[in-house]
Write a protein that binds this ligand. Structure first.
Ligand SMILES: Cc1cc2nc3c(=O)[nH]c(=O)nc-3n(C[C@H](O)[C@H](O)[C@H](O)COP(=O)(O)OP(=O)(O)OC[C@H]3O[C@@H](n4cnc5c(N)ncnc54)[C@H](O)[C@@H]3O)c2cc1C
Length: 462
């Protein structure tokens, strides 16, 4: 019998447990125990229903293009619960000098692919528009190490594009700044496009021509009708309750006799393999004695904190809000808010027809700056900024504040080289596998895949 310990009960750890459970049911002689330090499973995936609205505390959806989360949902029997974002309403605004300006049609991330809408958009100055035109004739450029997303985007389209689009878009995903994120790790496709085509706009147009039309019509985001937590509840319902230990913080791990001793509370137990499904700094702490070099590499991956504030409003407010998915706020606007989603438009199933649901987001330095605020103070701050941005004065029917300390990994410049070193060092510790958002993707689908792959790696190495 192979005994495996999974440390961390977020979606990465649960996905590992589910993969092991599937193998066990298929006849593999394996047993697992999952240790979660908090009282609840799911990590940052958490949903509350308030006044008929589905309020997401952490992630609200995942990108459809990456299949692993949807695949897991289908394996869990949740296929009929999967919903797509309402892309017919997909408009995103950027706050520029206090005014919300719609992102022009044809922008793929920050790459313009339609000349007319971009050329006419007030989002960019003439200087940036000329840069966009010049970018079309950029020659291919050999891969030359890593650099920050900010410097990469600035080379192509200038500083305004970094401030108005690249930075706010990345803040929404990584909670971090374009100046600190690695282009090779965060935008690998763009780095490759530069190598092969030079111009990102030309490369994107060529890719679009190759894309089958059916793929173009898929919704950009996928979620679950009753919220992301239903994924957690479904995984948990498929696992043996005896294998899932909550309120069980692992304090130490130690390689012994070809396996690992795991110590939580007053208990120590021996396992053949161990999956650390944790933020890298938490994995680093556990590895500091038995793998100091690996621990130092893991410790060097940065993490940022974030806060989401869910606000429910009445129908009058719903009618007064602009159409679309929401808005992004460039740092240069001097606000604390980084983004707000109009959830009732993005996923109409998530709010009754006479309710508006807003999801407001702070991350990185902005989240740290307001961290000491009480929940009431935070709601007051959000309301003040929403009034400035949207003219929204009405009091919300409800407000929920969720704080996530150091939960979003930041892939700094050189991240992929670090991962190569991490992998070499990991191999020196047999029976150890790593999963989570600190490695090859921060999104829910990447975390699902990382957990599943960690489980497969351990079983197949035996
Ligand atoms: C506010 C927010 C919004 C997001 N939005 C999106 C989105 O819309 N779409 C998307 O795809 N992704 C989104 N993400 C990213 C994604 O949700 C996360 O990267 C992913 O869920 C991380 O899962 P995880 O299991 O790796 O980590 P976590 O969820 O952090 O789980 C790790 C678990 O380990 C436990 N733990 C820590 N130390 C120990 C220990 N010593 N012993 C035992 N247990 C321990 C913790 O209590 C925690 O439960 C968002 C993240 C946040 C924070």
């Amino acid at each position: 019998m192979t005994r495996i310990a999974i440390i961390g009960g977020g979606i990465s750890g649960l996905s590992a447990a589910f993969a092991l459970e599937e193998r066990r049911k298929a006849g593999a002689d394996v047993e697992y125990t999952l240790f979660e330090s908090s009282m609840r499973l799911g990590g940052v995936l958490r949903t509350e229903t308030v006044d008929g609205c589905v309020v997401e505390a952490g992630p609200d959806s995942f990108i459809t293009e990456k299949p692993w989360a949807s695949d897991l949902c289908r394996s869990l029997g949740l296929g009929d619960q999967l919903i797509g974002s309402n892309d017919a309403e997909r408009k995103t605004y950027i706050l520029v000098r206090g005014r919300l300006i719609e992102m022009p049609d044809g922008l793929m991330f920050m790459v313009p692919t339609k000349i007319l809408p971009t050329g006419l958009s007030p989002l960019f100055s003439w200087k940036t528009k000329l840069r966009m035109a010049r970018e079309l004739i950029s020659p291919p450029r050999p891969a030359d190490g890593d650099e920050s997303v900010a410097s990469f985007v600035e080379r192509h389209y200038g500083a305004e594009m970094v401030d108005h689009l690249a930075d706010p878009l990345l803040s929404g995903v990584y909670g971090g700044e374009a100046a600190n994120l690695s282009v090779r790790a965060v935008l690998p496709r763009f780095a490759e496009m530069e190598r092969t085509h030079g111009s990102l706009s030309r490369a994107m147009l060529a890719a679009r021509r190759r894309m089958p039309t059916a793929q173009g019509s898929r919704p950009l985001f996928t979620s679950l009708r009753d919220g992301m937590q239903s994924m957690i509840d479904a995984v948990v319902s498929r696992l043996s309750p005896l294998s899932l230990l909550t309120n069980a913080r692992v304090q130490a791990i130690q390689p012994e006799a070809g396996g690992w001793i795991v110590s939580a509370g007053l208990q120590s137990d021996h396992f053949d393999g161990i999956i650390l499904a944790l933020p890298t700094y938490a994995a680093a702490q556990l590895l500091s004695v038995c793998g100091p070099e690996l621990s130092a590499e893991l410790c060097a991956v940065g993490y940022s904190s974030s806060i989401t504030v869910g606000l429910g409003y009445n129908d009058e407010v719903r009618q007064s809000l602009p159409p679309g998915f929401g808005f992004l706020v460039p740092r240069s606007e001097g606000m604390r808010l980084l983004a707000a989603t109009f959830v009732h438009n993005k996923f109409p199933h998530r709010a009754p027809e006479d309710r508006a649901l807003l999801r407001c987001f702070f991350a990185g330095a902005n989240a740290e700056a307001v961290w000491p605020f009480s929940d009431d103070e935070l709601v007051g701050l959000v309301r003040g900024e929403l009034e400035k941005i949207l003219g929204l004065r009405a009091a919300p029917l409800f407000a929920r504040v969720y704080r996530w300390k150091s939960a979003m990994a930041q892939y700094g410049v050189g991240h992929l080289d670090r991962l190569d070193r991490v992998e070499r060092l990991r191999q020196k510790l047999p029976g150890l596998a790593l999963a989570g958002n600190g490695y090859r993707g921060i999104g829910v689908p990447d975390c699902v895949r990382s957990g599943r792959d960690a489980a497969t790696q351990l079983l197949d190495s035996r």
